[in-house]
Design a protein. Structure first.
Length: 275
């Protein structure tokens, strides 16, 4: 009887070990198994890696922010053409996505929507490169967010299709982008003379104990400007100085809400436009 009991205990312990190892294997397999992802994507940045590769960062509609290691073609007839991976290019891609890997692999790529005006107009190009660099840092950890992707895509296409009156585009874009990232200013309850607290993103009567706030005159102006959209922004006549001041405040606002938001290399070029 004792031998039978020992044998049962041994089998039970073996079963426990087997189940634990099976569970570990399932977790390992799940983490590293490739998931086929077919999605729209926006190129945010590319960096050369060695002689024949580039690292491409994209924001995709189905999988959020992803990085890809792309083998550069040696022939002009290759599927993955280098020009597909320029910043702000709109693509349709097929990729093997492994969540635990930093670099993913693209199997198919095609142009989703051409942007001829954005690349040929120097003013639009400067705005586009700023927007692209801004998004690269603002969307570092962004997961799947289809409304956000659709907003960015339609905004880029709107800029490309616009022939004139787009000097305020980057201001409107940043103002409304905050809505999708979770810190859009609370405009309700405003009274004349209110101060705008940039940390809590709301208007208040009393001066905050910190320095990140706008006095009543600029607070009232920001409230008015938040009503702008792409179709009405041409009605807001801003001087070069006013436009740069608003941009400065917007970047300061984002830095308060997004940790480790760096200096932007494209900013000085943008600040020189539309004088």
């Amino acid at each position: 009887m004792r031998k039978s009991g020992c044998k049962s205990t041994t089998i039970f312990r073996f079963g426990q070990i087997f189940l634990k190892k099976s569970a570990c294997f399932c977790v390992f397999f799940t983490n590293f198994a490739a998931v086929k992802c077919k999605t729209e994507a926006i190129v945010l940045r590319n960096v050369k890696y060695g002689e024949q590769k580039i690292i491409v960062d994209m924001f995709t509609r189905q999988c959020g922010r992803l990085s890809f290691a792309v083998q550069l073609p040696r022939t002009p007839h290759a599927k993955l053409k280098k020009q597909f991976f320029q910043p702000l290019t709109l693509l349709y891609i097929e990729a093997d996505v492994r969540p635990q890997l930093q670099m993913q692999k693209i199997s198919e790529v095609s142009l989703l929507s051409p942007l001829p005006s954005l690349l040929s107009n120097p003013f639009k190009l400067a705005i586009g490169l700023f927007v692209c660099e801004f998004l690269y840092y603002a969307l570092r950890d962004e997961q799947q967010n289809e409304p956000l992707f659709d907003y960015v895509r339609t905004s880029i296409e709107w800029l490309d299709g616009r022939e004139r009156d787009f000097a305020n585009f980057h201001l409107v874009f940043l103002m409304h982008l905050s809505r999708f990232l979770g810190f859009y200013p609370n405009l309700e309850g405003y009274q004349e003379g209110d101060i705008f607290d940039m940390r809590s993103a709301e208007f208040c009567r009393l001066t905050p104990v910190h320095r990140d706030f706008l006095m009543s005159q600029e607070a009232a102006r920001i409230r008015l400007l938040m009503r702008m959209d792409f179709f009405s922004m041409h009605l807001f006549r801003l001087s070069h100085t006013e436009r740069n001041r608003i941009l400065e405040l917007l970047i300061q606002y984002y830095r308060l809400h997004i940790p480790q938001f760096p200096e932007l290399r494209s900013l000085p070029v943008l600040q020189e436009l539309f004088q």
